[in-house]
Write a protein that binds this ligand. Structure first.
Ligand code: COI
Length: 370
């Protein structure tokens, strides 16, 4: 058992077959994104009885491996599931830190409310990351733009086919060494405009980080790939074709007069932690930032009159990735190449610098994990 700041004891059962140092070094050479997983997982169970008595229990670290689940578990039928994504970064002195974990913990609880799952105390969320990273700290890469991607998630495990919120739930964290989300070296990506599918509907789960939103993006993602694109862009067809977000990341526009614009949060759009950090860092630089409606017509018009300077995607996994081209069934909109002085690339540099300890953390965004 390991005691900790939040007073919850995590039982520790370590793997009998840890990955060898040679194998781990080979993986960390070129981890890609989401391909490899560390040796352990953090788990906390939750259950209540029919009168609502119960709560979180059995916090533990155990070997990474398959989850035994009843075939009637609610998550397998009704998709009662949420997740988060954040990263652990290795600093020059070997210590390991995470970025704005409290923001992820709060967003996790907002998602939990929407999916009728139990909320997890934010301190316990952060402590679960600390417990996992402490045992798997050798997996945190130190290469440029690399980090250990942490994936907390919560699933409804109760075996019951009636449609109601499950009374048994499991919270887990897995970790995966990560390089560039799009593979290889960073370069501008092409995105495909989805005109047949929407990602979210008003009053739906668009703002929640739940698996269903990502499942709903996949048919459009296939269309994107068939058109040679890496990601798909979703619009809101009931709101003048306002730009919403990409399949797995938020979107930003930079105009030649220095304005930095991103679609306003409207219940459909994910409250990206990177999105929020970009807004903060851009405004720290004196740039004018606008969270507002931006339509596909405005995008087209600003390319036509030369007032659009940059478009970029952002998210924990993607960090900041310039968008080179928007392909549509009617033709494509090309953005200028993003040089090192572009807003996208210089904020990316600053953000990675803060995360890896090379640039001062003026906003108190870092938390030490190990
Ligand atoms: C993230 O950026 O953390 C995401 O969740 C995006 C994607 C990998 C699902």
């Amino acid at each position: 058992m390991t005691q900790n700041a939040v007073g919850v004891e995590f039982a520790q059962r370590l793997t009998e077959n840890p990955t060898t140092a040679e194998r781990r070094a080979a993986i960390l050479e070129d981890p890609g994104f989401g391909n490899y997983f560390t040796d352990h997982t953090a788990v906390i169970d939750w259950s209540i009885d029919a009168e609502g008595r119960g709560g979180w229990h059995q916090a533990r670290i155990e070997p990474y491996g398959p989850i035994a689940m009843d075939p009637a578990a609610a998550v397998l039928h009704y998709g009662q599931e949420i997740f988060e994504g954040l990263k652990a970064y290795r600093h020059a002195d070997g210590s390991v830190w995470t970025f704005r974990a409290e923001a992820n913990a709060h967003r996790f609880n907002r998602s939990a409310q929407r999916l009728a799952l139990p909320e997890l105390p934010p301190e316990l969320f952060v402590e679960s990351l600390r417990q996992l990273v402490s045992v798997d700290r050798d997996w945190v890469p130190s290469g440029d733009g690399e980090a250990l991607y942490l994936r907390p998630f919560m699933i409804a495990t109760e075996a019951f086919l009636g449609v109601r919120p499950a009374r048994e739930v499991s919270y887990r964290v897995i970790a995966s060494p990560a390089g560039n989300y799009f593979g290889g070296a960073l370069k501008p990506v092409s995105i495909w405009l989805s005109e047949h599918y929407a990602r979210a509907g008003h009053g739906g789960t668009g703002e929640a980080k739940c698996g269903g939103n990502y499942a709903a993006s996949l048919a459009a993602q296939l269309e994107a790939e068939a058109n040679g694109c890496k990601q798909v862009l979703f619009l809101d067809p009931y709101n003048d074709n306002a730009v919403e977000e990409l399949g797995g990341m938020n979107i930003f526009f930079v105009f030649t007069d220095g304005r930095v614009v991103t679609p306003a949060l409207n219940g459909n759009i994910l409250r990206g932690v990177t999105r929020d950090s970009v807004l903060q860092l851009a405004s720290d630089r004196g740039l004018s930032v606008e969270e507002r409606k931006i339509t596909i017509d405005e995008w087209r018009a600003s390319v036509a009159d030369g007032t659009l300077a940059e478009v970029f995607a952002c998210g924990t996994a993607a960090v900041i990735t310039p968008i080179g081209e928007l392909k549509t069934a009617e033709g494509s909109l090309v953005s200028p190449a993003a040089g090192p002085d572009s807003v996208a690339m210089s904020i990316r540099e600053q953000l990675l610098g803060i995360q890896t300890g090379a640039v001062e953390d003026l906003h108190g965004w870092l938390t030490r994990l190990a």
